[in-house]
Design a protein around this ligand. Sequence first.
Ligand code: 8ZB
Length: 509
Amino acid sequence: MELTVKQMDPEEFTRQRQEVLAQWITGKDVDFEEAVVYHKNIPLSKVFAHKLEEGKRQGITFAQPRAGVALLHEHLELLQYLQDEGGADFLPTTIDSYTRQNRYTEAQAGIEESRAVGRSMLNGFPAVNHGVAACRQVVEKMQVPVQVRHGTPDARLLAEITLAGGFTAYEGGGISYNIPYAKDVSIESTIKYWQYVDRLVGLYEERGVSINREPFGPLTGTLVPPAISHAVAVIEGVLAVAQGVRSLTLGYGQCGNLLQDVAALHTLPVVAEEYLKKLGYSNFDLTTVFHQWMGGFPQDEAKAYGVISWGATVAALGKATKVIVKTPHEALGIPTKEANAAGIRTTKQILNMLKDQTLPMTKELALEEQMILRETRAILDKVLELGEGDIAVGAVRAFQAGVIDVPFAPSRFNAGKILPARDSQGAVRMLDFGNLPFDTEIKAFHQERIALRGRDEGRDPSFQMVIDDIYAIGKGMLVGRPRSKEAGLRWSAFEERGAMSGISQCEIK
Ligand code: 8ZB
């Protein structure tokens, strides 16, 4: 099958479907026609796309956690708790790492071991192994919409089972679930896997069943310049809508500077609509999701609440439709249900307090917006040029050429040439542009901002700055300044330890 943005050929879809459903025994319980009828009986209050649209109309920012454990009854208990005690507006089902890598035999062993020891031995809910009926219990027992959240390069079987299982939203995309998660899987192959998922969603949509699709915005989650994640989000949005997806939620991960993050949230739907319309797509509903800081967190729970609160503030002021919430256990691993609910309550307190406030448009905010728009358009125009009008082909060639380049990505299909660093105010700029197709004016803007920081810190901008920035938030700062520049601050051994909670949260195949 040749790579193209065009809608999948029905025969090709049917051929793949037989293969996909045979990948694990639970595939045989998928009956599309029966699943359509099942979905039509789900109350609207539990349909993801419906609630998102309502929120968008009313200017509400919703809060959603991440959560998933190995066994069904514990997973139900966990989600119920996050709904009732945390006040989650949307619920997730986070899938375990074995399932994300299509290793269902090992996921099965994890389920059995969890049963034997009486606690979860997997880092998520193995939905493929549990099958369609178990998924339906999850959806039926909750009062709010539930989404599948994962990190799976080939998520075709997982989509078949969970969508037949009544989930009304599905995270991921051919680039965003490849580049940060896999080392050795080609972008061409993951785009094709995800076109299958999007086409499946399109088939449900054609039968009147609404399924929300959300590409994974933050990518590697650390110092990703907004224009790069926006370009990927728009490409994945176009790829999805081309297969018949109608409810699309595009994401962005917090960088840390208020104006840059608000500008990013404002511009994401603007540039997405612009390219979708330009390419001839009009039948879609667009919403946004903001991810609270995805990089390393402080170990100290009080400090972690500070990071969570800052994310909640920006989500509210940027008017995101939804915010994905972190927990005070972020630096330690999978949170307890209590810690998870506490993160949601902290977030919702701020969302409620800020819901009637907006950030005034200033010269500085307008400049951030213009820069993000210019940079994103520069990348997307080059992608379309490389693809001779086909955005799927263009995406593959753009990664090859380093025209799209994601910092700190494990994938060998990513050029890895650019270097991001913060400016004096913590906005993410570029220290090295690699092969990004930016004009001299854009480049001068970045260079100037980073030079100013260098002057402030009395050092030449270098790779050391990048390293310092990666660990800064974990150490209780935003900009990674040299120690002597942090007047009055003692870098105790405790703070050093807190910083070591890792760069990327994603696993590598
Ligand atoms: C790319 C996503 C990473 C984030 C959280 C991590 C990190 C992963 C689970 C989970 C609650 C789980 N995460 N798996 N949170 N329950 N099973 O996703 O902590 O924040």
